[in-house]
Design a protein around this ligand. Structure first.
Ligand SMILES: Nc1ncnc2c1ncn2[C@@H]1O[C@H](COP(=O)(O)OP(=O)(O)OP(=O)(O)O)[C@@H](O)[C@H]1O
Ligand SMILES: [Mg+2]
Length: 603
């Protein structure tokens, strides 16, 4: 679902519950009825004390007088006092039932909104450009999809209906109180503005502390996450004590902030209790004074006291609800920040051609953002069935070059072009292009699933024969068979840990299984021993007869059989040619070859 992030934050949240308008209406209605029915009991008690037990004339709206008459008048009620008890019970029951519906609808609304927000966020993040993912902190994105959405959900489920309840209680209490006694109502309101102001100012102030606590929690979490991820480095360098101190420092900061918040909250609720007590004391004093004078009946006095008591609590809560509201706006803003990033979209006239795989770079120059060019005037062609190898020092731009082929980044207009079968790749839809280009990354990522599911992840319907044949080419089939559960072995956090070389080979098998017309191996065999590397390449040559293959490696032995070898230096093509041609040229390639084959010792 596309959320209208261009609108205001509340409008964006409301749009997530657009089809739940009836639930919202029901929630508002039942909030009102919950309060309204609960307000009936003090009135019944009032009439009972004053007119049924006492002898004051019944002062009530016309429909109540009619109802009492139809029941047989106050004389009848005097003899059947249980009717008053049943009426009180009935009002409490109706209020309770309304409250059940109110809670149910608000929870359903909150869950629906949270569900839609999470799905929209997740769906949008899937479509965001690769460079957005590279520039973002994983922890931060996860926090936006979880805690921030939870803050919004919590507000809808708990505070929004509480806010409506507060409003209903306040308005109904005022109506009831003013209808009973104007002077007492004014007395009951004396301290309300101060209690409200105190609550709002306090929660505004404490908001900063909550923000500090959130930030401290983030710091604490990333410290723990980094430590667990880098556990090997920590152990290898004996940094446990240092890491413990670092973590303990952060937990101390976090605990200190919460202790401070706890103290502030203690002062707030304590001071609030005192103010409320003072307010009630004023009401009681004024009530006694007027009762003694005979201006107030005991039943009205009791009803007054009850309403006044009920009115103070929501007023004290209001500050907290407003502070939750501003926290919710901040969270909604963080969600909106993600949604307003432009996703990768293909123009409607994007092509979906059948791809044979002839790749050409034509004078391509590329820079990350506004930085210096990482690739300069690169030109070469790889035909289907041919292999191009790329050799170059660290940081020379090899991975950048292959990322451009998958359109993880686009070559800007005017900086050359990359074509596949003669078509500029910027005109081809990204999904169609990426389906046809197998990219085996330098640091392969495997999902926490079974080996079979990992290899078949691009084509889940693939049969086990195809999976095994791909694994055999990647020379990982024997290793897999050795596991007790074979291809059903779960890898990653929930299962076995694969070595770096095993991971690389499973990743190669995954790519081979999908059999794309273009295959790119970005230093994909760096963690495999030279002998296995040679066996894999030989099996690859037999299997991959029609694909255009690009191999990046630092090992000359992995590259020398390629049809063409491109030597990249600081983003430019230094040399290009076959192994023999480059050896004869006596340039960089020759020098590296000599070093790696042990003919030179000057490295
Ligand atoms: N996302 C990025 N944003 C900015 N600069 C980048 C980004 N990725 C790579 N670079 C820079 O581009 C240059 C080339 O990086 P690249 O990863 O292409 O090198 P490489 O030849 O693959 O190196 P290696 O052999 O170590 O894998 C480096 O200077 C690197 O710092
Ligand atoms: Mg690289």
């Amino acid at each position: 679902m596309e959320l209208p992030w261009k609108k205001s934050r509340p409008a964006m949240i409301a749009a997530a519950a657009e089809d739940r308008r009836f639930s919202f209406f029901l929630c508002c209605l039942t909030t009102f009825t919950t309060v309204a029915f609960s307000f009936v009991s003090p009135q019944i008690i009032r009439y009972t004390i004053d007119s049924v037990i006492g002898s004051s004339p019944l002062q009530a709206p016309a429909f109540v007088l009619q109802l009492v008459d139809s029941l047989g008048g106050t004389a009848f009620l005097k003899q059947n006092i249980w009717i008053c008890a049943v009426l009180t019970l009935g009002a409490a029951l109706l209020s309770g039932l309304s409250n059940v519906v109110r809670r149910y609808t608000s929870i359903e609304l909150g869950e629906t909104i949270a569900w839609r927000l999470r799905n929209s966020l997740y769906g949008h993040i899937q479509k965001l450009p690769y460079d957005w993912h590279v520039s973002c902190h994983t922890g931060d994105i996860i926090q936006r999809c979880t805690s921030d959405v939870d803050t919004i959900r919590n507000f809808i489920q708990n505070h929004l209906s509480e806010l409506m309840r507060t409003f209903c209680v306040f308005v109904l209490a005022l109506i009831m109180m003013f209808s009973m006694d104007v002077f007492m109502s004014l007395v009951a309101l004396i301290l309300i503005p101060f209690i409200l102001l105190f609550s709002v100012i306090f929660f505004k102030g404490v908001e900063k502390q909550f923000a500090k606590a959130d930030a401290a929690e983030g710091v604490m979490q990333s410290c723990a996450q980094e430590n667990y991820t880098g556990v090997r480095v920590v152990r290898a360098f004996g940094r446990e004590a240092y890491e413990m101190d670092r973590f303990s420092e952060r937990t101390r900061t976090y605990a200190d902030i919460w202790s401070h918040i706890g103290k502030l909250l203690g002062v707030f609720w304590g001071a609030g209790d005192m103010m409320s007590g003072f307010q009630l004391a004023i009401i009681v004093s004024a009530g006694i004074y007027r009762s003694v004078k005979g201006d107030l009946t005991p039943g009205t006095f009791l009803a007054f006291y009850t309403y006044c008591n009920w009115m103070i609590w929501p007023v004290r809560q209001l500050g907290r609800i407003l502070s939750e509201f501003s926290k919710t706006l901040v969270s909604a803003g963080r969600v909106r920040d993600v949604l307003q990033n432009e996703s990768e979209t293909d123009p409607p006239d994007a092509l979906n051609p059948g791809i044979k795989g002839e790749i050409s770079f034509n004078n391509v120059t590329f820079a990350y953002g506004k930085g210096e060019p990482v690739l300069k005037n690169i030109s070469f062609t790889v035909k289907p069935g041919k292999t191009l190898a790329i050799l170059g020092s660290t940081g020379s731009g090899k991975s950048t070059l292959v990322h451009l082929i998958s359109r993880l980044y686009d070559v800007p207009d005017g900086s050359g072009s990359i074509t596949i079968d003669g078509i500029d790749i910027r005109r081809i839809s990204r999904s169609s292009l990426r389906r046809n280009i197998g990219l085996c990354l330098q640091e392969p990522f495997l999902f926490s699933k079974t080996i079979r599911e990992n290899i078949a992840s691009i084509k889940p319907e693939m049969d086990i024969g195809e999976i095994k044949s791909a694994a055999a080419v990647a020379h990982v089939d024997d290793t897999i068979e050795e596991f007790a559960e074979g291809y059903e072995t779960v890898i990653g956090e929930r299962g076995v840990t694969l070595s770096g070389g095993q991971k690389q080979r499973v990743a190669i098998a995954r790519m081979l299984a999908s059999n794309p017309p273009v295959m790119i191996f970005d230093d994909s065999l760096s963690a495999v021993d030279t002998e296995t590397d040679a066996k894999i390449r030989s099996a690859l040559r037999k299997r991959v007869k029609e694909a255009a293959v690009i191999i990046i490696s630092h090992r000359i032995s992995s590259l020398m059989q390629a049809d063409e070898i491109l030597v990249l230096k600081d983003g430019t093509v230094e040399e290009i040619g076959s192994h023999q041609e480059l050896l004869a040229r006596q340039g960089s390639y020759r020098r590296i070859f000599d070093i790696q084959s042990g003919n030179r010792e000057d490295f």
